[in-house]
Design a protein around this ligand. Structure first.
Ligand code: ATP
Ligand code: MG
Length: 574
């Protein structure tokens, strides 16, 4: 491709909403453009990258025995009602009506549709296992679209669905997809971790997330360096050690604590450790008030709370002041488990039942209660673990300390069990002629998000540093001065030869200053660079790589050898 003809509208300035490198650089490099919040278009360079990622995903899915198809994005309401997700998916679902007032959505994911597609055709265990996938545009009206294509409202996803006759089959399909994903993200040169994830509204037994590690990632990963334990912050199990104290239960006491509303105020006031406070959090879960008591030194994990309450996350919100006053009789900061005003659901993290002589809110303005003990002074629904993981927590598998890093979720695999097949009555006949629901799995890769994740891992101050495998072009030839015949002719000649050799080549034949051309090639991140300048008359060019400092002069005849060397290093063929 000649850059004089290329549609590559680079930008000097990016909008202030572009906070992270991938968002800024993909816009600046003219690879994508925003239409409205969370809705992007891929311009020629960007679309080449998307297609390369898609093709790697496609190859590995095909190798793993999955079959590609393409389904519609528009899906009728009834399909989603049969699984209960028309409601459960919540405001994230884009809904629309046709001219006859019939309701539809733009598919945010396709579990229901795939299940209903196959249920009338797959009748016998002999037709199983079956694994189908598509690469398609998905729609989710995200609460907070941000970071460009990382959290978009329209995005490209590869989604696959497996159907098996039993648990064993489902587990082996899951394992195959896991392995395919490892191959995909390894080939894409991403530094990633596979971590236990929460199944959320997807339902099912088990899930793992593939996290591309990046400081800018929205996801937190708790992991152990001594063993292989790794989980998202939503999922990670908190082991909270309480040293057995031979403390006696003291008499409960009401204490005047004017203006002490935060845990820190109370630490100052009572001069004791944070964990001796029973922190009360008031939520509305599906509009019903819920009070949760956790140790004062920890934060609540809302995902664990939603799972316990069986409400989707969008149905959980912090209670407003009015609700708090209604249930506790006092404003925020004085809520506690003893003497709540109404018959409100009280949930207690199991650790609270083991701590003695707690200080808790007094449900009265400017008052707290001292020496409060679970069982004697209050009771609630005990939940094993409602806490959010923190760095330094004990690894639930080996007992060492956990570390926490940030990552971008690029893939997600789920064992769904029979959640969808049961609700959609999707069954097959087993060896004995008995009707049984399929055991399913679903497997997603965020194709457009992956493009941004690669940029997060591969960039510097000057621009993107594409790994060869996803680069929009392999080689860029820069002609320093296009008005110089010798330079121009040599540039053209090399361009032609490299194209004939099967390479993807950009020729910078623009009548621009050398500085502009160098800046642009840094910005768009083409891995292999040939610069044709003053020594064109001696058939000598400069050879350099985007990822490395330094450049060397080489005779034109050596160019192909150098390029081949680079391909070999990357495990690729020309
Ligand atoms: P997240 O927790 O980031 O919202 P999710 O769990 O909702 O992701 P899945 O439903 O598992 O995501 O979707 C499969 C994959 O699609 C994800 O692993 C991610 O790579 C991608 N994806 C999900 N939501 C978005 C989005 N809003 N924009 C871009 N990619 C997305
Ligand atoms: Mg999501």
């Amino acid at each position: 491709m000649r850059m004089s003809k290329l549609y590559m509208p680079t930008l000097r300035e990016v909008p202030s909403e572009a906070e992270i490198p991938s968002h800024k650089l993909l816009l600046r490099a003219g690879m994508m453009r925003k239409l409205v919040s969370g809705v992007y278009s891929y311009l020629p360079l960007g679309y080449r990258i998307v297609k390369k990622i898609e093709n790697i995903v496609r190859e590995e899915m095909d190798n793993a025995g999955s079959q590609e198809l393409l389904m519609s994005a528009i899906q009728p309401k009834e399909l989603w009602e049969s699984s209960g997700r028309w409601e459960d998916f919540g405001p994230e679902m884009f809904k629309l009506k046709d001219r006859n007032n019939r309701e539809f959505c733009l598919g945010p994911t396709h579990e229901e549709y795939f299940t209903s597609l196959i249920k009338d055709e797959i009748k016998s265990y002999k037709q199983l296992p079956l694994n189908l996938y598509q690469i398609q545009t998905k729609y989710r009206d995200e609460k907070r679209p941000r970071f460009g294509v990382i959290r978009a409202r329209e995005f490209i996803m590869k989604d696959a669905y497996s159907f098996d006759k039993d648990e064993e089959g489902m587990e082996s399909s899951y394992r195959e997809m896991w392995e395919a994903y490892e191959k995909i993200f390894t080939r894409l040169r991403l530094k990633f971790k596979v971590v236990e994830g929460d199944s959320g509204t997807m339902g099912g037994n088990q899930s793992h997330e593939f996290m591309a590690m990046a400081e800018t990632g929205e996801g937190l990963v708790a992991y152990c360096d001594s063993c292989d334990y790794a989980a998202t912050d939503e999922k990670a199990k908190v082991v909270y050690s309480i040293e057995p104290k031979d403390e006696k239960e003291k008499e409960m006491e009401k204490v005047h604590t004017p203006n002490a509303t935060t845990i820190d105020d109370l630490v100052d006031f009572f001069k004791i450790e944070k964990r001796n406070f029973g922190k009360a959090l008031v939520y509305l879960a599906s509009r019903e008030p819920v009070v949760v008591i956790i140790p004062g030194d920890r934060e609540l994990n809302e995902t664990k709370l939603c799972n316990y309450l069986k409400v989707p996350e969008h149905e959980l919100e912090m209670a407003d002041e009015e609700t708090i006053i209604k249930i506790s009789g006092a404003n925020k900061g004085f809520t506690g488990p003893v003497g709540l005003k109404e018959d409100v659901k009280l949930i207690v993290d199991s650790r609270i039942t083991k701590l003695k002589n707690l200080i808790v809110g007094g449900n009265e303005k400017d008052y707290h209660m001292k020496n409060v003990n679970y069982g004697r002074d209050f009771e609630g629904e005990i939940v094993e673990d409602l806490l959010l993981i923190e760095e330094g927590d004990i690894c639930p598998k080996c007992g060492e300390s956990l570390l926490i890093d940030r990552g971008i979720e690029v893939g997600n695999i789920f064992q769904l069990g029979t959640k969808y097949s049961s609700s959609l009555h999707a069954t097959y006949l087993d060896e004995e002629g008995k009707e049984k629901p399929f055991l399913m799995g679903s497997y997603g890769v965020g194709v457009s998000r992956t493009m941004a994740a690669i940029v997060e891992q591969y960039h510097d101050d000057n621009g993107i540093i594409w790994p060869l495998i996803t680069a929009p072009y392999h080689v860029i030839i820069t002609i320093i001065n296009v008005k110089n015949e010798e330079q121009k002719d040599l540039g053209e000649r090399i361009y032609k030869e490299l194209l004939e050799a099967g390479l993807e080549v950009l020729l910078d034949d623009r009548n621009e200053r050398a500085g502009v051309k160098f800046n642009d090639r840094d910005l768009i991140g083409i891995p292999i660079r040939i610069t044709v300048g003053k020594k064109a008359n001696e058939n000598i060019v400069e050879y350099s790589l985007r990822k490395e400092e330094g450049r060397i002069e080489i005779p034109v005849d050596n160019i192909m050898d150098k390029i081949k060397e680079e391909f070999e290093k990357e495990g690729m063929e020309i």
